[in-house]
Design a binder for this molecule. Structure first.
Ligand SMILES: Nc1ncnc2c1ncn2[C@@H]1O[C@H](COP(=O)(O)OP(=O)(O)OP(=O)(O)O)[C@@H](O)[C@H]1O
Ligand code: SF4
Ligand SMILES: [Mg+2]
Length: 336
């Protein structure tokens, strides 16, 4: 399958008071045209920093140390990791070919501009457009994200909208230039549960209508099950497992993925039964590790796990994992 975007061995660093943080530490992932890639992992694992690197939004005290972000732009293939973030080429891609929606819409919306003017501005950034036509398109955009009375909302300011409506307005703004990739970073986490479900429903519908690819970042495996075609599981700045969504749920291979799945309430779990959580916490990005970064929390840890970082290996078509438990099985089947 053709990739729209290939991230290869991406490393992003930040200078912090306690040393250099290896926020993203060798990430490989692919996003296929028209498909949804779910990215899951606990807090601090590097999900947002990976997406910000794709958008050209890593700024000092952070930088892309190495790696490639190969994107099939309308003007031909380009390595986004090598482009100056504020340069003309990156500005032409950001917002037009790759758009992003964030957890907190107020950080993305301008409080002193009406919703309509912001959507129109997003269209105009990438070339002059007749104002009346732009208004029509903005109105259609608000209707597409099912904002009630869109012609009224168009002339309102962000603070006049509810949280859920603001999130819908941000989705409309992101989609107005028909990007080929939409990045959604925890777009429903800040909303209350009912509104969360409505916005997820909307995104699921848009996913079918919108022909672009989506990178959907979330803590929530239930959301992954509902939205994703493929899944990347991140732990401490790296991808530990990558597979089609069905394989992640039916045959999780990495002990971390298995742990995440055990902490999801299932329909069959007894009411009131305690959910199992993964004990311990993600090592800090400034910590130096020798072996597998999950070793301190892994019930299946072996002496070899503390000596080296496991490389990612393919176990089945489209299914890779980085864990020594699966290295030996690969060696055995390779010898046979
Ligand atoms: N501006 C920054 N300065 C210093 N360190 C940073 C900065 N941004 C991110 N980091 C570090 O990079 C690592 C990865 O952060 P990131 O925000 O990508 O995590 P995440 O997986 O998105 O977590 P969450 O689920 O909480 O959003 C963390 O250790 C974080 O502290
Ligand atoms: S490499 Fe070892 S410590 Fe790491 S997840 Fe696999 S079994 Fe656990
Ligand atoms: Mg994040």
């Amino acid at each position: 399958m053709k990739s729209l975007l290939d991230v290869r061995d991406l490393k992003v660093r930040f200078i912090t008071e306690s040393g250099v943080a290896r926020a993203v530490d060798g990430v490989d992932l692919s996003i296929h045209a028209g498909k949804t890639l779910g990215v899951v992992g606990e807090s601090g694992c590097g999900k947002s920093v990976t997406s910000r690197a794709i958008m050209g939004l890593v700024e000092m005290p952070g930088w892309i140390e190495s790696g490639q972000i190969l994107f099939q732009s309308k003007d031909g293939p380009v390595d986004l990791a090598a482009l100056p973030p504020r340069g003309q080429r990156m500005r032409g891609i950001r917002g037009r070919e790759i758009a992003m929606i964030f957890q907190e819409p107020m950080t993305a919306l301008n409080p002193v501009l009406t919703i309509g003017d912001q959507i129109i501005e997003a269209m105009q950034v990438h070339g002059a457009i007749d104002r009346r036509m732009a208004r029509e398109r903005a109105l259609a955009g608000l209707a597409a994200v099912r904002i009630p009375l869109p012609h009224m909302r168009l002339d309102e300011y962000p603070h006049q909208l509810s949280g859920g409506m603001r999130q819908r307005a941000m989705i409309a703004m992101a989609l107005v230039n028909s990007p080929s990739l939409l990045i959604a970073d925890e777009p429903t986490t800040a909303l209350d549960v009912t509104i969360q479900a409505q916005v997820l429903d909307l995104m699921n519908d848009l996913r079918r209508e919108f022909s672009g690819a989506i990178m959907f970042i979330t803590h929530d495996l239930g959301v992954i099950a509902a939205m994703a075609d493929d899944v990347v599981v991140m732990y401490r700045g790296r991808v530990v497992e990558c597979a089609p969504v069905r394989s992640i749920f039916r045959n999780p291979l990495h002990p971390y993925t298995q742990g995440l799945l055990r902490s999801v309430p299932s329909l069959t779990s007894r009411r009131g039964a305690r959910l199992q959580t993964i004990e311990g916490s993600v090592p800090r990005a400034t910590e130096r590790e020798r072996g597998c970064s999950f070793a301190a929390r892994c019930a299946q840890v072996m002496p070899a796990c503390r000596e080296a970082i496991p490389a990612s290996v393919a176990i089945a078509p489209g299914h890779t994992t980085a864990c020594f438990l699966h290295h030996s099985s690969v060696a055995v089947s390779g010898d046979a």
